[in-house]
Write a protein that binds this ligand. Structure first.
Ligand code: CIZ
Ligand code: SF4
Length: 321
């Protein structure tokens, strides 16, 4: 409608004026992903967002996602201005792993290599030996295990359990969870599988064990999009944020994508399976972020933290390369 096209036009003008590009996550709303694509930005997982932001020549990055993604962009590209639609877009994994407690945890286990998920604050990354995203978590833990290292994993307990099972490594796990993936419901998913016997079940490993056990494919957002292409099934039941449907449907235009159930007993849920913080990245907020910048929109990372966090982040990028 009129208001939307007003904001879209405004955003396009501001992107040019500010020499800016949109770096959007798969979980943002479809219109945000479409706008990122239309304006030469990227839509991807947090690993590719980091890579795209650090290699793109634009002076300004507008990160449509959650705060840790903006911080990562700033750590990798301190010379760039990093703006976000809102700095209030948090993540339950980041919030559930405060640095003081995490430092105490690590101090109690000095013999362990510290591996943290990208969904953490700059301070937690600064304490870590390695940063990982879900797309490389299993490979990295297998690699460290083959070197005989014992591991601290933080913050997602489900992903931690998953990589432990896959690798057989000695992993001590922080007990955080993603409020979106933690909500997928086993019995409702079993009923849905019975209703759609030809469907494959695609699951993000931030989901509970019982959901992972029902999966035909388990993987990061990018890996789930690949699985939707390579599996022969005509329908896909997808257990991750429904924002992923935008890019997944582009990849498999002739397949039917169904949301895995979250709302407990009964039918599938249409209002769940979407991260409330990702949903804060609307058109209006993006326009405001680009127009105003300043303390409500610009990401700053303390110089000492930045230097310390850059080391495990660069290790992640080299390992993934
Ligand atoms: O759950 C998230 O926020 C994910 C999947 C982040 C990422 O690595 O792209
Ligand atoms: Fe964090 Fe979960 Fe939202 Fe991703 S979907 S940003 S892990 S709360």
């Amino acid at each position: 409608d009129d208001e939307k096209s007003h904001y879209k036009n405004k955003i396009k003008r501001l992107l040019k004026e500010r020499d800016a590009v949109i770096v959007a996550h798969y979980y943002t709303d479809p219109e945000i992903q479409a706008l990122a694509e239309e304006t030469g930005g990227c839509v991807s997982d947090s690993l590719e967002m980091a890579r795209f932001g650090s290699t793109h020549p634009a002076k300004t990055l507008l990160v449509a996602g959650v705060r840790f993604m903006g911080e990562t962009a700033k750590i990798l590209s301190p010379e760039k201005t990093v703006l976000m639609p809102t700095l209030q877009a948090e993540c339950s994994l980041d919030l559930g792993c405060p640095i003081e407690e995490f430092n105490r945890f690590c101090d109690q286990h000095p013999d362990r290599t510290v591996v943290v998920y990208a969904n953490t604050s700059a301070a937690v990354k600064a304490r870590a030996d390695w940063v990982v995203t879900s797309s490389i978590a299993v490979e990295l833990i297998e690699h460290l295990d083959s070197l005989g290292e014992k591991i601290i994993w933080a913050p997602d307990r489900h992903l931690g359990r998953y990589v432990t099972q896959k690798s057989g490594a000695d992993v001590l796990c922080w007990q955080g969870a993603c409020i979106v993936h933690d909500e997928f419901k086993t019995q409702a998913l079993q009923r849905m599988k019975a209703l759609y016997p030809d469907a494959a079940v695609l699951v993000h490993p931030e989901s509970p064990q019982a959901i992972v056990d029902l999966a035909d494919a388990v993987g990061s957002t990018s890996q789930l999009i690949q699985a939707a292409q390579s599996l022969p099934h005509p329908q896909m039941i997808v257990a991750t944020d429904r924002g992923i449907f935008y890019k997944m449907q582009q990849a498999v235009p002739n397949k039917e994508l169904l949301e895995a159930p979250t709302a407990g007993e009964g039918a599938t849920c249409r209002s769940c399976a979407h991260c409330p913080w990702m949903a804060m990245n609307g058109l209006k907020a993006i326009a405001e972020g680009l127009e105003r910048g300043g303390s409500e929109h610009e990401i700053h990372v303390d110089a000492a933290l930045r230097e310390a966090a850059l080391i495990p982040l660069n290790r992640m990028l080299s390992f993934a390369a």
